[in-house]
Structure formats: C-alpha cells, structure tokens
Design a protein. Structure first.
Ligand SMILES: [Zn+2]
Length: 330
C-alpha cells in the first residue's frame, strides 16, 4: 500500500487518533502546516447522483451561478411526515422528482430550491441543476432558493423526513456528514458556518431533533477535516406551548415594544403568539417556512430573524450578549 503523505494524514484522522492536524503534520514532517489553526485536510467527494440520473425536468430558466463561494452550508428537512422505511435509491430519485415538481409547479421556482438532497437511505442527489459541476470547481456556487434573504450565500441540503420528534437514520446521518465535509472542504467553509434553516428564518426546519445534532455534525466534520473551531451561539426558536425563562425574556421585550396585554409568566400562550404575529406584521417581516414539500403553520413563532429586531431598540447590549443570555436561560 502506497504510504503517500496524503494517505498517512487521512489514515491518522480516520483512525480517530486525537491528534491535531498540526501535530500530525509535525510528527510526520509533512508540508503544509501553514496556520496555527491546523492544516486543513481534504474530504473525498461522496457519491452524488446528478439531475440526469434521477430524471429531473429542465429548469424553466437558466440557473444563476454566483461568482463567489458560499458562506454557509444549511441543513433542512423535507417535512415529509411519513419518515419512509424505503431506503432504496429509487426512493431517493422519486423524492427528488417530487420536490422539484413541488418547487416548480406550486412554488413557481425555476428548479429545485435546494442544491442537494439526502435520502433516508443515504443517497445524495443533486437538486438544482449544475450544483454538482459547480461545487467540483470549488470557486463558485449555484444560487438556490432555500433560505429567504440569504440565497446568494448558502448551499442548502434537504434531508428527507420530519425530524421534530424522531432522530435521523444512521444512513442519512453518515451521508450528511460526508456531503457537508466535502462541501466545507471544497470551499474552505468554517464549521461555525454550518447552520440549520432556523438559524436564518423563523421555522421549525430542520426539526428539533436534527437541529440538536448540528454541534455533533460540526465536530464530526471538523475531525474529518482536521480543523478546530468554537461552536456558534444561535438565537433560540420559541413557539406556542413553550415555557421558561427564555419565554419570559421574550415577553418582557414584547411589552417594551408596546404589547401591554402580554403577561410575563414564561408561558407562550395565545396572547404571546398574537403579539409576535403583530410584531411581524408591524415590522413587515416576510414569513419563510420550509418549502420542500409541506408546510406547518408557524404564525406567531419567534425565531432568528425576529430576535434581532426585538432586542435592538435603545438598548446598548449587543446581539451576541443577548444570544448568550438566552442560551444560558431555561
Ligand atoms: Zn428548511
């Protein structure tokens, strides 16, 4: 077996040795230990089936290629409540066609909204046309339609299923890790820029259970790439039925905003929901829920596109300190 430096470095990382990339490079005397943060390793391209493989329709207009790298990798779920036991490739191809039909015929988009789709069986397919070809270049990215207000900055992955209360299958998880590692590797994207849809818009997506695994996703990808990072602090998603200190903080902020009928009882009841919906209307924030297949009514929920508006009024506390306070609260 050829003992190329490339092989050795990969082998060290894959064998789970807790050695930093700098350490590995130092021990082996490898070139390229350029930064104190470590030498980034490449990730192999996982098997990705192109639009021609699954029988995509042509886009209704030429897709837009952004002349720059994406900033974020965004994880979605398709909100398909069936959580199918069909782990076949045929199923992966069939959901790719269903999503494309929905996005083009119901949403009126030019093509699939997401750049990539990941099935429960672990089959990865190209979503929007040209996404794979452009990803392989590693310098530009295809503009999708999956994170309102940020589409020129993101690569989105739709994960088949509904993960509000159930965990993802291992097959889906493994292919998600492989795909995210490859995209991050191609573009040099930092682990803190691996996000869930809810980190941009007020939406359940990618489901509480899958969202809760994003820190693990970042850690696993970081190990594969040999990089170090700090987990980001994000805005919480609050919704009717929630309770606790974070809800009370939201209620105080809403009262400061003039919603005097909102109690500060830490219970996200009808008056809190109504006050958030009124705040959304008053501020002209467009609701952006998940678009893969079906939608949940997320009216009156409080998420990442609303918190910055809610906290920033004559208050000198930075968004980051608010995020940290909310992260510490129950
Ligand atoms: Zn989404």
């Amino acid at each position: 077996m050829a003992a190329s430096p490339r092989f050795d470095r990969r082998f060290l990382l894959r064998s789970g040795l807790t050695v930093s990339a700098v350490g590995a490079a130092g021990v082996l005397g490898l070139p390229g230990a350029a930064t104190a943060a470590g030498t980034r390793q490449g990730a192999e391209e996982p098997e990705i089936f192109g639009t021609q493989d699954w029988g995509a329709r042509p886009p209704s207009e030429p897709v837009v290629v952004e002349n720059h790298k994406p900033t974020y990798i965004v994880v979605h779920h398709t909100v398909d409540p069936g959580n199918s036991d069909d782990f076949s490739k045929d199923r992966a191809f069939s959901i790719s066609r269903t999503i494309q039909d929905h996005h083009m015929d119901v949403r009126g988009w030019i093509d699939s909204g997401q750049q990539f789709t990941n099935s429960r069986g672990g089959y990865i397919t190209e979503g929007r046309h040209r996404s794979l070809e452009i990803l392989r270049e590693g310098t530009r990215h295809v503009q999708g339609t999956n994170v309102a207000g940020n589409n020129s900055q993101v690569i989105g992955i739709e994960n088949e299923g509904l993960y509000t209360e159930v965990d993802v299958p291992d097959t889906l998880w493994d292919s998600l890790v492989a795909l995210v590692a490859y995209i991050a590797s191609q573009y040099g994207i930092g682990m803190e820029f691996i996000k869930g849809h809810r980190d941009f818009n007020t939406t359940e997506c990618p489901g509480a259970r899958l969202y809760a695994r994003l820190p693990e996703l970042r850690t696993t990808v970081a190990q594969r790439l040999g990089v170090e990072f700090e987990q980001p602090v994000e805005w919480p998603l609050l919704k009717p039925g929630d309770s606790g200190e974070r809800v009370a903080i939201a209620q105080r902020l809403l009262r400061d905003r003039g919603a005097r009928n909102v109690p500060v009882d830490g219970i996200y009841g009808p008056s809190t929901k109504q006050a958030v919906a009124a705040f959304v209307a008053e501020r002209g924030v467009q609701p952006h829920h998940c678009h893969a297949t079906t939608c949940t009514d997320e009216t009156g929920w409080l998420g990442s596109d609303l918190w910055p508006l809610l906290v920033a009024h004559g208050n000198d506390r930075s968004s980051r300190s608010w995020k940290e306070q909310l992260a510490r609260a129950s």
